[in-house]
Design a protein around this ligand. Structure first.
Ligand code: ADP
Ligand code: MG
Length: 735
């Protein structure tokens, strides 16, 4: 390539059309990639890099050794003797000689590999007579320009690979980005002070990132990402860009968190040793070390006059509710009200019963607010809440958001596995915010917790209370059916109870995300979702009742039943008057019967991982081992089988959540409204989790020390934070 003189003929703001070698037609195609100005090109980062071997000359080809060969097609011929049998052969030639390529029974090759085109081949050649021959090589048609022996593609250099649209060619873009980087990279202003880069480098290495020396300055970084001189330089450049992107995001989240807690007021409810003792005495068991630790985290925050905003995550049965009850009792002991919102009425009633039992013979007054109250009952309850006669209010989310509280100190939201966009409770004129505690049984993958939930504090229960039954999970094939039902009947004969979960109907294997709707619609939504399933569950029920389970007491439960009917069935199941409950996923959120240890899931391929895990949680509640058998519809996709295999092999909710995230991405886990974060250009939350962790820690430390990022040397970084996240996260200029 001829050496060109330095060309100061363009600047960051130059439209791409006027960049060397672009012109109007290419500019139009570049615009489709979002590249309008030279600076866009400079910051258009490669998706990955390739390390292609340089092409081989004919004399250097070796029998059976993989090689790349570039040349022009100088002869091509398709021979077809009998129908369905053909041979395509072509000669590919360059200045070092010629090779032959052959394809059997692939006549369409003749349409691609035509006379005079230039092609890059790769494969293992063998000597056929005097000529090297590649059978079924991989190939790519290229332009003359790219075939040039001096081009980066042919010198064994590391090649950036850009995310492209159809109409832009990789090699064209490579030339352009290199050129732009060589002219403009030197002039880009550094926003990350050397001290931050040096500190980050040390921590990244401690976190296991392979990094030689410090994170490079921005000019070197931009030059190296588009044209890496070595693998080390490439790693350093990539790491710097990934770190910077995540650091800027984490700074924004840390700023928001700090400014939120600084602005809002909540009642301080310190937990003294005496109060703690009094509350603990109410539980019929010792708390686990994990529960005690999490209670410490929570009470420490409730003792401050800023609202807590905390997510408590832990598997089904890990004892979250007990922790929440502790927090609610602390609120009441401090003279405030507390509320517990459940996603369904069934759950609300269950929480109400649990609390009533624990607080029997205490002075704490508990109220239940749910859809099946009469108008008069409801009016009375609301009055008691407003006047402060009730201390603890349990209810469904749809109702509780509308209440006027007398003095709400703590709001606990039991979301089971559903994360939603959360409304805040109504505040009285001049009232202060309550503390918030959200419980979730589907652990959030670490990376999601650090990004979408970046301004929420996290408490995690990993240890389960002792004596939890183990669940054996089997992924069944159809031929097991008879044997499995035998097994179910035996367990029932031993006195155990069983669940049968009917398949969902339709292709939607993932539960609809209610967070995209307003919480007021939630109850109705749950019902709508089940319309179709009702036919399916009824059919399953009749079939089992009349055939394999005809000796036993079988009952049906689904979300379309009247609340009293539902309640009645659940109560009789809990009392052991029903052997088998055939149900839709309504049991996923709710029923807590320790004697039920056998579960059959039909059409398991139609359920999401989180949901399957929730279902399994229903049979790990007692001292007896649980047995779960999952049947599929047969027509499951490869992703379905992958998911089910993970489910069979893993019983840890945290591992499952990470797997779910890998298989499905974060999209399905979160409400769309909630992921209000800018799309990432180069970082990948799955892959770059270690870098994310370092960025988060450093961002929080920096903001703790300098909440407004006012230090002179942080001006550039602060600009970037506000430009990228100011509007989205409502940081405001003063932050
Ligand atoms: P989660 O809300 O996480 O599903 P719960 O708080 O409902 O879990 O606890 C599940 C079951 O375990 C309940 O029956 C509860 O009484 C019991 N439990 C909770 N903590 C303990 C403990 N420390 N020791 C023994 N049993 C416990
Ligand atoms: Mg619970």
């Amino acid at each position: 390539m001829p050496v060109e003189p330095p060309a100061p003929e363009f600047e960051p703001s130059t439209p791409v059309q006027y960049l060397p070698g672009v012109g109007a037609a290419r500019a139009e195609r570049l615009r489709r990639l979002g590249l309008r100005r030279a600076q866009d090109v400079l910051f258009f980062f490669p998706r990955e890099h390739q390390f292609p071997p340089p092409p081989t000359r004919v004399d250097d080809l070796r029998e059976g050794c993989p090689a790349t060969f570039i040349g022009k097609i100088t002869d091509a011929e398709l021979v077809s003797r009998t129908p369905g049998k053909s041979l395509f052969a072509a000669i590919v030639e360059n200045d070092s000689g010629a090779v032959r390529i052959v394809f059997f029974n692939q006549p369409f090759r003749a349409e691609q590999l035509i006379f005079d085109r230039i092609v890059r081949l790769s494969g293992s050649p063998k000597l056929a007579g005097l000529r090297w021959e590649f059978t079924h090589p991989k190939y790519e048609l290229i332009e003359a320009d790219e075939a040039d022996a001096e081009s980066p593609e042919n010198k064994g250099e590391i090649l950036p690979v850009y995310p492209l649209t159809e109409c832009v060619k990789e090699y064209e873009l490579r030339r352009l980005t290199r050129r732009v980087a060589s002219v403009l990279a030197g002039g880009v202003k550094e926003v990350m002070p050397p001290s931050i880069r040096a500190d980050a480098s040390v921590r990244l290495r401690e976190a296991g990132i392979e990094l030689v020396g410090d994170l490079p300055g921005i000019s070197t970084t931009l030059r190296d990402i588009h044209g890496p001189p070595s693998a080390e330089a490439l790693t350093a450049a990539r790491t710097r860009l990934i770190f910077q992107e995540l650091f800027v995001m984490q700074l924004a989240l840390a700023m928001r968190r700090t400014s939120l807690t600084g602005r809002l007021q909540a009642p301080a409810m310190p937990c003294t040793a005496k109060i703690r003792q009094r509350i603990l005495r109410r539980f019929p068991f010792e708390l686990t070390a994990d529960q005690n630790r999490v209670i410490d985290e929570i009470t420490r925050e409730m003792g401050r006059q800023f609202p807590m905003n905390r997510l408590l995550q832990g598997d089904v049965g890990s004892g979250k509710t007990v922790v929440a009850i502790f927090a609610m009792m602390l609120a009441v002991a401090s003279g405030h009200q507390a509320t517990l919102m459940a996603p369904t009425e069934v759950l609300a009633r269950q929480h109400y019963q649990t609390l009533s039992k624990i607080l029997a013979d205490s002075r704490v007054r508990i109220g239940l607010l749910c859809g099946s109250l009469t108008a008069a009952q409801r009016r009375e309850t609301l009055e008691q809440i407003a006047s402060g006669e009730l201390d603890l209010i349990i209810g469904t989310q749809a109702l509780v958001y509308d209440i006027d509280f007398h003095s709400l100190g703590l709001c606990v939201i039991d979301e089971q596995h559903k994360f939603g966009v959360r409304q805040r409770v109504r505040l009285r004129e001049g009232g202060v915010d309550p503390h918030y505690l959200v419980m979730s049984a589907t652990p959030i993958p670490r990376s999601v917790a650090m990004t979408q939930f970046g301004d929420v504090d996290l408490s995690t229960l990993r240890e389960k209370p002792a004596g939890r039954g183990e669940v054996h999970t089997y992924l069944a094939v159809d031929s097991w059916r008879d044997r499995w039902w035998d097994f179910v009947r035996q367990r029932i004969a031993e006195g155990r109870q069983a669940y049968v979960v009917a398949p969902r109907v339709g292709n939607e294997s993932v539960p609809r995300d209610p967070s995209t709707e307003s919480p007021d619609d939630l109850d109705e939504l749950t019902l709508l979702d089940e319309v179709e399933d009702v036919t399916s569950v009824s059919r399953t029920f009749e079939n089992l009742r009349d055939n394999v389970l005809k000796e036993h007491r079988v009952e049906l439960l689904h979300g379309r039943m009247k609340p009293e009917a539902k309640q009645d069935v659940m109560q009789r199941f809990a009392d052991g008057e029903i052997d088998v409950l055939v149900s839709t996923t309504v049991i996923e959120v709710g029923v807590d019967v320790a004697n039920a240890t056998v579960m059959t899931i039909l059409g398991g391929n139609r359920f999401g991982l989180a949901q399957l895990h929730q279902l399994r949680g229903r049979i790990s509640r007692g001292v007896h081992a649980g047995y779960l058998c999952v049947f599929t519809d047969g027509e499951g996709s490869p992703e379905d089988s992958e998911r089910l295999k993970v489910f069979e092999q893993t019983s840890d909710g945290f591992e499952l959540a990470e797997a779910d995230f890998r298989l499905r991405g974060p999209g399905d886990m979160l409400g769309r409204k909630q992921s209000g974060l800018a799309p990432l250009r180069i970082a990948d939350l799955n892959r770059d989790i270690e870098i994310l962790q370092v960025a988060r820690t450093m961002a929080q430390e920096l903001i703790d020390e300098d909440p407004g990022m006012q230090a002179e040397e942080l001006a550039g970084l602060r600009d970037q934070v506000l430009r990228r996240y100011g509007d989205r996260l409502d940081l405001g200029d003063g932050a």
